[in-house]
Write a new protein. Structure first.
Length: 100
């Protein structure tokens, strides 16, 4: 855990616990919310067959990003998660989204 705290620039175990908690809530919430959103958008397994899962995963990705920042903000970790998001999206080739 000390290596992870050092890598993320975290000093306390409490902050690390909060960050893990935010990741857990965000993952569960994005998966849970994707079902009604897919239904609302008309993305149904009956219509897409084997393509349903990849389409749903593509839907979950932006939902997860928004939820991660929002839930991180609620738990007082906006600064950490904003930096985490920027770093992740830059590694995925989407650095153009951020002007720095």
């Amino acid at each position: 855990m000390e290596n992870l705290k050092k890598r993320w620039g975290i000093n306390s175990n409490i902050q690390l616990t909060i960050i893990f908690f935010v990741f857990a809530i965000t993952g569960s919430a994005s998966a849970w919310l994707s079902k009604p959103i897919c239904f609302w958008l008309g993305i149904l397994k009956e219509d897409l067959g084997h393509f349903f899962t990849p389409v749903r995963l593509l839907l979950i990705f932006p939902l997860y990003q928004v939820l991660l920042i929002s839930i991180g903000f609620i738990f007082g970790q906006f600064k950490f998660f904003w930096a985490f998001e920027k770093k992740m999206l830059k590694r995925m080739g989407m650095g153009f989204l951020f002007k720095e």
